[in-house]
Design a protein around this ligand. Sequence first.
Ligand code: GLA
Length: 409
Amino acid sequence: MKHQASVLVLAASVLAATTAGAQKSEGLALTPPMGWNSWNHIGCEVNEAVVRETADAMVASGMRDVGYVYLNIDDCWHGERDADGFIRPDPERFPSGMKALADYVHSKGLRLGLYSDAGWTTCGGRPGSRGFEFQDALSYARWGIDYLKYDWCATDGLKAEGAYRTMGRALVAAGRPIVLSICEWGDNRPWEWGKEIGHLWRTTGDIAPCWDCEVDHGDWSSWGVMRILDMQEGLRVHAGPDHWNDPDMMEVGNGMTVNEDRAHFSMWAMLAAPLIAGNDLRTMSEATREILANREVITVDQDALGIQGFRYARQGELEIWFRPLADEDWAICILNRGTAPLPVELVWQDETVVDELSGRQTLFKARLYRVRDLWTGEDLGTTRETLTAEVPGHDVLMVRLIRLLEPED
Ligand code: GLA
């Protein structure tokens, strides 16, 4: 009996500590979150049939089994608040309610995410969580929600850090582990305060399915993949396990060429970005599926060291990116930003790569690595030989350097 009582006291004090002080549920995103989100392809037309079919497709396509577990409903799921202020899903689009949908998604071995906004309305004009943060968090917890993307429209007069802190506390108080995805587009330098509050933060405005374009929407723009990539400059020092830079959800399968999609996916893996697919998983082509489900590239993204990659060199349209990995391995991505194919000749022994952030060095003269092409699965020899290749336009050559403990002859 006595033993039982002390366990109870312990449980109560742990609970009190969680609700009073903790800013976020720790450890929910030790590697960048992976999943799918409705916005990029479906926009406001999301409904429960789409969600169920997407859950089925995530299983049937093998996406779940390579790590895509979050199924996130973005803007426009909301209906009205009830007389007591509780948010309800749109009754026509979600007639079975969120609890039933979460049960279905969970039964497939997946997790369900929702979207809300720190302001009075969402970007799509639905009810925001301003003034209802704790009540909304409670609803999400009761429904069995696992992930919240929290947006920044209609927030005039609000301060971002405080507003996100309020929702972070509300989620913790609701008592269910829920990933918090901070989405204020990098406007308030979330990398400087987001780590204590959320698990990832958007670093930029919205992505668009194009290589290097700016899409002008009047008072805001969305950006092609290369534009978003360039906006990550200087941010790698802020990311790590449980607190990631988020260069936005992916546009793979949304209209770019296969080469561009492959480059986009590779660079997101180099950035240790959350891998949130934004295409229609129910109808995707085999070429798209093969990109999104490439286990070896995913393994780079999900590397346990959690160190974001960096641009090591740039020559004309070619860029060479390095990312240190666990077990003394490295990922290398040679990106061709131009349209013409370009030859590459890399004498490993001539390169000195030192990463101050991780304290890692390649030490090519002292160490030997096997070179593996992550898109073809081909063995490209070792770092004792010269790497000779041609990188097609708007494409990459992505390799993993696998450290060999005993030099090969
Ligand atoms: C903002 C976000 C997008 C998406 C839309 C929904 O633009 O940045 O990712 O959530 O709102 O309205």
